[in-house]
Design a protein around this ligand. Structure first.
Ligand SMILES: Nc1ncnc2c1ncn2[C@@H]1O[C@H](COP(=O)(O)OP(=O)(O)OP(=O)(O)O)[C@@H](O)[C@H]1O
Length: 547
């Protein structure tokens, strides 16, 4: 055989006799370098083992295939269609076996069509499935051979269709169809039946759904926490006590467990409850606050449980939902729970036990789903000892107890808090943020703060209001508040706490006496100024001085 013009130089063939002599060479096979290579019997043995092998010449690379024929071996050579095929054949010693596996894999059958949508290859398992004899479908229109195929569409549109269900006979198969391109031109398409049946895919889909649900939950959690973050930031302070408080809130907010917040008055219990709610998965529903101490006994039930229309005189026509109903899916915040009357405690206990509420005048208890958060500035343990608080209720409300530090325990936070409150007041009053004298923070840190943050806030507000525009000095505090160390500015807490028995008249008398004393000392005994300051006549001031 001589070199034939029908063999282009990028293909070639060599026929080798049993004795290893070259019987014939065509195309690139007649290149002396290739001839020398195939004359080596050891090379032939290695090539036979691999069946497919690379042949690298300086100017061009080829992929070779060797097959045993009647009296020797036939080697076919061709330039690979691209780098990838060459790399594959070069890197994988069993490249041929992989290709063979891909072509014949019964769980991953294949059909190939050309650009005219004629079948050029079909896996044996596929052929069998369609009742074809080997090779019977080749050259025919794919639509005539494969039921419900869309390969002809894919070759036309050039758009892959991945993971689709295709009915074939009585069963369904999951298929993927890909256009095959050469130099950007679609030259054919390949269809693969990816799985034995769709059961595996359904199992996979279930798994994916479960994973997607998990991702959603995580996403929601991160959204919730980033959404709630501003409420954590509202708890101002850098002290270790506050940092650890924020950390605890972050940890326990997502748990659906009751939380009891303990702390002196004005330490931020309500802020903490809000952060707990906003960082919880219940943040889309309501946070309903109930001041347990302020619940009048006669209205307790209707307030907490609601009432049906016309159930009692004065009731609204339409009826009204109670606090628990309003807090459904959300959080109920029972503030001042230590001051809740015992009878109300029993009612509350019942709701906490069975999570059912019945409106006053109603006959259908409804289920309510809420997270309980309660707060107190009382020592509940001693209240239990004194019989003022039910122990069983205490256990219900306090699986987690958060104890808030008093301001005295975190004086180092005063500059931050002061700056925060001044900025807030400035905004409210539409005034610029004042410059604060260097010794103001020191002054504030030396005072006592029985009213905690609330007191600090009041003190700053007052000083700000009276300060010369643009500057806040220690004098502004001294002139508009009582002396450091006294139960000064926070009348809300100071008097009620300090009056024996807490009787209103005694408390008012005490308050008046202190205000008078304070005004007199502030104006160094000047009664006219003190009376003006208190907004009373001089004669009334004298009268009060006699008390
Ligand atoms: N760490 C804090 N950062 C910023 N503001 C705070 C902080 N703690 C408390 N406050 C502010 O102090 C005031 C009192 O706080 P809050 O009402 O939460 O206190 P409380 O502990 O619930 O008081 P009480 O027991 O009297 O109800 C509020 O104006 C609140 O915004």
């Amino acid at each position: 055989m001589t070199q034939s013009s029908s063999f282009k130089s990028h293909t070639g063939a060599i026929l080798i006799g049993e004795d290893g002599r070259i019987l014939s060479a065509l195309g690139i096979g007649s290149d002396p370098r290739i001839k020398a290579m195939v004359s080596d019997s050891e090379w032939i043995e290695q090539a036979r083992e691999k069946r497919m092998f690379p042949v690298l010449l300086a100017e061009e690379s080829y992929v070779g295939h060797i097959a045993d024929v009647a009296d020797g071996h036939l080697i076919l050579l061709s330039v690979p269609p691209g780098e990838n095929v060459l790399n594959f054949v070069m890197s994988v010693d069993f490249a041929y076996d992989i290709i063979d596996h891909v072509l014949t894999d019964p769980y991953d059958a294949m059909a190939v069509i050309n650009d005219k949508a004629h079948l050029t290859y079909i896996s044996p398992v596929h052929e069998k499935f369609f009742g074809l004899r080997p090779g019977e479908g080749i050259g025919r229109r794919v639509r005539e051979v494969i039921e419900n195929t869309r390969l002809h569409h894919v070759v036309k549109t050039g758009v892959a269709e991945v993971g689709q269900i295709q009915r074939m006979g009585s069963s369904e198969r999951v298929v993927s169809r890909h256009p095959i391109r050469r130099d950007d031109k679609v030259v054919g398409a390949i269809g693969r039946v990816m799985f034995k049946g769709p059961q595996q895919v359904q199992a996979m889909a279930r798994r994916i759904n479960a994973l997607e649900a998990q991702v959603e939950a995580f996403k929601k959690e991160t959204q919730v926490s980033s959404k709630g973050e501003e409420f954590l930031d509202a708890i101002i302070g850098k002290s270790p006590a506050i940092q650890s408080l924020r950390e605890q809130i972050r940890k326990i907010a997502p748990l659906d467990i009751p939380v009891l917040i303990q702390g002196e008055s004005g330490t931020g219990k309500e802020l903490v409850a809000r952060a707990l709610h906003m960082l919880s998965p219940r943040s889309d529903a309501r946070l309903v606050t109930v001041n347990a101490a302020a619940l009048p006994e006669s209205l307790v039930e209707s307030e907490l449980f609601g009432y049906e229309s016309g159930s009692f005189t004065g009731a609204a026509k339409k009826g009204k939902p109670g606090k628990f109903e309003l807090a459904n899916k959300g959080t109920i915040f029972l503030d001042e729970i230590g001051d809740m009357p015992l009878e109300v405690q029993s009612k509350l206990l019942r709701v906490l036990q069975d999570r059912m509420v019945e409106r006053v005048g109603g006959d259908k208890p409804t289920h309510v789903d809420f997270r309980l958060c309660s707060a107190t500035n009382r020592d509940l343990q001693s209240f239990i000892d004194q019989g003022k608080f039910r122990m069983d209720l205490y256990y219900r409300i306090s699986p987690i107890v958060l104890t808030l530090p008093s301001l005295e325990e975190r004086l180092e936070d005063i500059p931050l808090l002061a700056n925060h409150f001044l900025r807030e007041v400035a905004g409210q009053l539409n005034r610029p943020m004042p410059e604060v004298d260097y010794n103001v923070n020191e002054y504030l840190m030396e005072r006592s703060w029985p009213g905690n943050i609330r007191q600090l806030r009041h003190v700053l507000e007052r000083a700000f209001v009276f300060a010369d525009e643009g500057r806040l000095t220690v004098t502004d505090f001294e002139a508009h508040a009582a002396e450091p160390g006294q139960d000064d500015s926070d009348t809300e807490f100071a008097f009620a706490d300090n009056v024996p028995g807490g009787k209103l008249k005694d408390a008012l008398d005490d308050l008046e006496r202190r205000l008078v004393e304070d005004a007199l000392s502030r104006f160094k005994g000047n009664k006219k100024k003190a009376a003006e300051f208190l907004g009373v006549s001089r004669s009334r001031l004298y009268k009060k001085m006699e008390n």
